[in-house]
Design a binder for this molecule. Structure first.
Ligand code: SAM
Length: 294
């Protein structure tokens, strides 16, 4: 599989044609948002965004394995005092294209820039839309469990009778809980809200996300050796996260300078510190030559 562990320079819709059908386990990406960072890598008008994106998502659909997942980090901006609707339109059109819109995660940006606006508060979250080809996809929930929290130390000491049965919600929502299920647990499943600071250290790309963001999803949706694709790889963050977790990667970016940046970052990973599976993936990457571009 000569496309694996490569940074490929070019338009992802075109470059992806060289990848076989059903070959990718996870697509994790943050494309250019409409009309943003025009000076850095061009801007796509909100009205054109869906038509710009759909040929690319058509290719994503083709290369993703039936058990795979596509996570799209995106957020609509404010245009003339209104939130743009292109993300909502994109979801609808992608469903027509054959995708299932299975979930939406929220990335709560803990360190968003402060500010004062007359008609809104500071924007502190972004969407991570989850799309799948089928309802049954690989998901390794135990990999992202979180500590149960200090509340358990006191709350679970003396359980009432109600705590030991399923206690239905009093408002008839259909939800219920059995508190005794938490006894003896050190960790629990997280929610679909991810609290994480934005990237501050990566000065070479204006829109890099923190490594911890792709890491979380790589753990949740793949196993060591699986292939992670980022078709808008930028400074290479998704590939770094994938390699460090012993996964393989495919990275694509249209901008030659970002491709070089991503390759430099990947070459700089400390081989000797990494477990064998990662070392093998990295060696393949280095042996194949990190200079492929068109
Ligand atoms: C939001 S940035 C990605 C940043 C990345 N997540 C990181 O951590 O560095 C989007 C990237 O998409 C690239 N891009 C724009 N149009 C593209 C296309 N048609 N094919 C591939 N890459 C593209 C841009 O050059 C830019 O680096």
């Amino acid at each position: 599989m000569e496309f694996v562990n490569q940074i490929i320079c070019g338009d992802c819709a075109t470059e992806l044609r060289q990848l076989p059908d059903n070959s990718i386990d996870l697509i994790f990406t943050s494309p250019p948002y409409a009309d943003q960072r025009r000076n850095t890598y061009g801007g796509i008008k909100p009205a054109d965004y869906v038509d710009w994106f759909l040929p690319k998502s058509e290719e994503f659909l083709r290369v993703l394995k039936p058990t795979g997942t596509f996570i799209l980090n995106i957020k609509e901006r404010v245009v003339k005092g209104e939130r743009s609707t292109y993300v909502i339109e994109l979801i609808l059109r992608m469903r027509e294209q054959g995708w299932l819109w299975t979930e939406e995660f929220i990335w709560h940006k803990k360190n968003s820039y402060p500010g004062k606006w007359p008609n809104r508060f500071r924007d502190s979250w972004e969407r991570l839309l989850q799309f799948n080809k089928h309802r049954k996809f690989h998901m390794y929930q135990e990999e992202v469990m979180v500590p149960v929290g200090d509340w358990a130390k006191t709350r679970l000491v003396a359980l009432s009778d109600t705590d030991q049965i399923r206690d239905e919600s009093k408002v008839g929502s259909g939800f219920g809980k059995n508190v005794s299920n938490w006894v003896g647990r050190d960790s629990v499943y997280p929610t679909n809200v991810i609290h994480m600071a934005t990237e501050c250290g990566n000065k070479s790309h204006s829109a890099a996300f923190p490594e911890a963001l792709p890491e979380w999803f790589v753990r949740l949706f793949t196993q060591p050796g699986d292939i992670v694709l980022d078709p808008f790889i930028g400074s290479g963050t998704t590939a770094v996260a994938a390699l460090q977790l012993g996964r393989q990667f495919v990275g694509i970016d249209v901008n030659e300078a970002y491709c070089d940046l991503a390759r430099d970052r990947l070459s700089g990973l400390q081989l000797q510190l990494l477990p064998t599976v990662v070392r093998e993936a990295q060696e393949t990457y280095l042996n194949n030559g990190s200079t492929r571009s068109r």
